[in-house]
Design a protein around this ligand. Structure first.
Ligand SMILES: [Zn+2]
Ligand SMILES: [Zn+2]
Length: 345
């Protein structure tokens, strides 16, 4: 059950395909030559906020989780807007993200933080294993639209066109500060939802993963820092469940719903919000499994070190590890079943 530390060959960093990723970071240093004029800085801020919205509202809450409905034209606009964030296409992004929820914190999880901070932050992006996504298996519901397949395939045009636009708008500083700075900030802003939001913050709900709620992360990601809420109710368009849980993406979507551009927003009811809370004694299987995974890894290492000395107890140790974990899983399943029975949508 423990996630192996050993990387598969296709999970190692591919230096060749990762060159653009490192070059974009290096390009930020060109600001020493271009300077940082106010016009370029405003462009940087605006492009960060706008593109973060396309990622959180579009790639994440719409394409990955279908937490609201859009007309076909708006859907296309959201997809094209998302490509400008240089995070590949909407079908690739959403397809891989669905696996993060489906297999959270197991070997099949796209970016489990149990495999280390760097793996969940950028390691999974810079290796070959997740380089492409099987449309039919992962995201057939959106891959059926030919225009979305086209946008996904030619996603690279988004950032290139935006970069040219930045140059035309504010010269070289517009390109370096406006485009490259905001792109790098945006990357790491998005990536910290996969890495830090499973490490920093508090857990309100007993989910089967290590997700947490963090105001700080929510502030710079447009509301994605309420990650424990999100893992608890992935289909909710609203990730901040209470008025004090700032969720700017949701505020914008709500405004768009007033003018008829966004429909059928799914929100948690009060019953949902009050169920499954850890403080009410629900079994926190996610953290239990995380600690258990770490402990069983440590036991395995110690066992290998000890070698022959504990040879005869090896099998009984294995059995103990497995049976304890199976009992915990059963307990978690039973708790989830009773939750579903009580709060079916
Ligand atoms: Zn997560
Ligand atoms: Zn999600």
């Amino acid at each position: 059950m423990a996630i192996p530390d050993v990387r598969r060959p296709d999970e190692r960093l591919n230096w060749v395909t990762s060159i653009p990723f490192f070059l974009v970071h290096a390009a930020c240093l060109l600001a020493f030559f271009t300077g940082v004029p106010a016009r370029a800085l405003v462009l940087c801020f605006a492009l960060y906020a706008l593109r973060m919205f396309f990622i959180t509202a579009g790639y994440h809450r719409y394409f990955a989780h279908r937490s609201y409905r859009l007309g076909r034209t708006m859907q296309l606009l959201m997809a094209v807007g998302g490509t400008t964030a240089a995070q590949k296409g909407p079908l690739w992004w959403a397809g891989n993200h669905r696996d993060h929820h489906r297999f959270a914190d197991t070997e099949q999880d796209t970016h489990s933080p149990l495999r280390g901070f760097w793996w969940s932050h950028i390691g999974w992006i810079l290796c070959d294993r997740f380089g492409s996504v099987d449309y039919d298996q992962k995201i057939a519901d959106f891959a059926k639209y030919p225009e979305l397949r086209l946008v996904d395939k030619y996603n690279v045009f988004g950032p290139w066109l935006l970069a040219i636009g930045c140059y035309l708008f504010a010269g070289w500083a517009g390109l370096v500060v406006g485009f490259f700075w905001s792109t790098v900030l945006l990357w790491h802003g998005t990536f910290t939802v996969n890495s830090l939001a499973h490490v920093v913050g508090r857990r309100r709900y007993a989910t089967a993963d290590t997700s947490r709620n963090s105001l700080l992360i929510a502030l710079y990601t447009g509301g994605e820092g309420w990650h424990n809420n999100h893992h608890y109710r992935p289909s909710s368009v609203r990730q901040g469940f209470y008025w004090w849980e700032i969720d700017t993406t949701y505020y914008v979507l709500r405004t768009l719903s007033f003018v008829g551009l966004v429909h059928d927003m799914r929100r948690p009811t009060k019953k949902h919000r009050l169920a499954s809370r850890i403080k009410d004694g629900n079994f926190d299987f996610g953290m239990f499994r995380a600690y258990w995974t770490k402990a069983s890894g440590a036991i395995a290492t110690a066992r290998a070190d000890a070698g022959e000395r504990i040879g005869s107890t090896r099998q009984s140790l294995d059995d103990a590890v497995h049976s304890a974990l199976e009992s915990a899983e059963e307990l978690s399943r039973a708790s989830r079943r009773s939750r579903r029975a009580g709060f079916a949508e």
